[in-house]
Design a protein around this ligand. Structure first.
Ligand code: HEC
Ligand code: HEC
Ligand code: HEC
Length: 425
């Protein structure tokens, strides 16, 4: 009897576990990702490339090669020259995808950009050690034929003399040619499109709530962002910060969405009392009553629109310097890494420390200059002023470019938590 109960529990428990895992790992990702659109810079595979990918599968290249550069917080893939972290949209034409997990050889996500020469690829496939001494990649001579001479239309492969056959020429078979077409087609160097799914496809744009006080703030805040406060001479925030506060790089209006309500409220107060000097925001902040400021801050903190359109990717060297400063700082300049306070991925430490990831280059640059010139005096510890004073113009530009290329955080992660200023009431 007892045994039967235990067995029943075991079976039920197992079934529930499998069901949960399926929902988490299969069903949810499917719904999150099914609305992905192809990035502009990504082209569908040609027939030859599709055949080449079949060959890639058949030869098991995936067992040694990945096609998924990781985020700098997980691995230094960008420094290895493998490219920016991949996002789901990069794989829209890949069924089945060839992500791979093993990295006996380099990541091939951008091999077409790194090594565009078909002749090199053919030779390397025929004999890797002819190109990279000591390579432990297997040779694939069976994808080639050695003949007395090539016929019309056939592709011959030139390899260094010590690796060439004693007599005759090496001719690439169709499989080798297809495989190389696939290799040189792997080029994902276009700018990443935001991994955030389209509005409404997954996480809501506005964090849901049933708290009546928060609902009232959201109502007031929505109206202020859309229309401003005409009677008090306050222009609509949307005009300069974007429809959903996603930021407006052209005007230098920062992204406000998802920044903590306490931080936003404090900044509005600082503009109003002159601790933060900005001729544009001064009349806006002064025109809002303390209640209106708090309400709009609560509303903004609960928004999670996709990132604003990113510009062209910055130069590799600039990005590298910015990344270095962000993670390690620069001892010679007496600047500590921004990660120490702004979080490893620059996603902030709410409620007091703002996120930097996904802010525009123009705003981040202007902001650091404002700290440096003393136009902003909102950090009681004085740390930000000191850091900005120790940074030169080039370093400010580099760090701005780096954080602008990162993904902004989404408040959806903290769903269910009341706003900070809401808690105090
Ligand atoms: C046993 C592991 C292994 C397998 C299987 C393997 N490779 Fe490699 N591959 C490597 C290693 C190690 C390197 C680095 C040394 C070199 O370039 O030869 C490499 C390098 C490469 C490079 C050059 C990458 C660069 O960044 O320069 C290409 C292209 C490549 N492999 C394609 C393939 C293809 C296509 C297949 C399947 C037909 C394949 N590899 C199978 C281990 C492997
Ligand atoms: C005419 C354009 C304009 C309008 C309208 C405007 N802003 Fe701004 N806002 C800016 C600019 C530009 C900055 C950056 C100024 C700076 O560097 O300090 C800014 C900065 C801010 C900041 C500081 C954010 C941060 O991360 O440091 C807050 C908060 C803010 N605005 C809120 C609002 C709200 C709320 C409204 C509507 C009631 C509004 N703004 C309307 C242009 C505008
Ligand atoms: C010791 C902690 C600390 C470190 C280290 C630090 N920051 Fe900050 N930073 C802050 C605080 C606190 C604020 C918010 C101050 C306030 O309330 O206005 C801030 C604000 C900012 C802002 C304004 C953002 C906005 O939305 O207005 C920028 C830009 C910034 N930091 C950049 C950096 C960079 C770049 C580094 C690394 C070189 C860095 N910070 C390192 C504490 C730090």
């Amino acid at each position: 009897m007892h045994l039967e109960l235990t067995a029943r529990r075991l079976v039920t428990g197992t079934l529930v576990f499998v069901l949960l895992a399926t929902v988490l790992l299969v069903v949810l990702p499917f719904f999150r990702l099914r609305h992905l659109e192809a990035p502009e810079g990504l082209h569908p595979y040609t027939d030859a490339q599709l055949r080449g990918r079949e060959e890639y599968l058949r030869q098991g290249c995936v067992y040694c090669h990945s096609q998924q550069p990781r985020d700098p917080s997980q691995a230094p893939d960008m420094k290895r020259g493998w490219g920016r972290p991949s996002v789901p949209a990069d794989y829209v034409y890949d069924t089945p995808h060839q992500l791979g997990t093993m990295r006996t050889g380099p990541d091939l996500f951008n091999i077409g950009a790194r090594q565009p020469s078909a002749a090199w690829h053919l030779g390397h496939l025929y004999q890797p050690r002819a190109y990279v001494a000591g390579s432990n990649m297997p040779a694939y001579p069976f994808l080639f034929e050695v003949k007395a001479e090539a016929e019309a239309g056939e592709t011959t492969v030139a390899v260094p003399p010590q690796f060439a056959p004693a007599t005759g020429v090496i001719v690439a078979k169709r499989a080798a040619l297809d495989l190389v077409q696939y290799m040189v087609g792997l080029d994902h160097t276009y700018p990443a499109i935001s991994p955030h799914p389209k509005q409404g496809a997954a996480g809501p744009l506005l964090l849901p709530t049933k708290d009546p006080a928060v609902l009232a703030d959201i109502k007031v805040g929505t109206a202020i962002v859309r229309d401003g406060v005409p009677g008090a001479g306050v222009a609509a925030c949307a005009g300069c910060h974007g429809q959903h506060a996603e930021g407006n790089a052209a005007i230098g209006g920062p992204r406000l969405a998802g920044q903590s309500d306490m931080y936003l409220d404090a900044q509005l107060a600082a503009y109003a009392d002159g601790r933060r000097k900005d001729p544009i925001m001064l009349p806006v902040a002064k025109g809002l009553s303390p209640d209106q400021r708090r309400a709009v801050a609560v509303y903004l903190s609960r928004l999670s629109p996709p990132g604003a359109a990113a510009g062209p990717p910055p130069e590799h060297a600039v990005l590298e310097r910015g990344e270095r400063l962000a993670w390690f700082g620069d001892e010679a300049l007496h600047v500590q890494g921004c990660v120490n306070c702004h979080g490893p991925a620059g996603t902030g430490e709410p409620p007091t420390i703002p996120y930097l990831a996904g802010q525009s280059e123009s705003f981040l640059g202007a902001s650091l200059h404002a700290w440096r010139d003393g136009r902003r005096n909102t950090d009681p510890s004085g740390q930000m002023t000191q850091i900005a004073k120790n940074l030169g113009d080039a370093d400010i530009a580099a760090i701005a470019a780096y954080y602008a290329s990162q993904t902004p955080p989404s408040p959806v992660a903290e769903a269910g938590q009341p706003p900070v200023t809401g808690k105090k009431r």
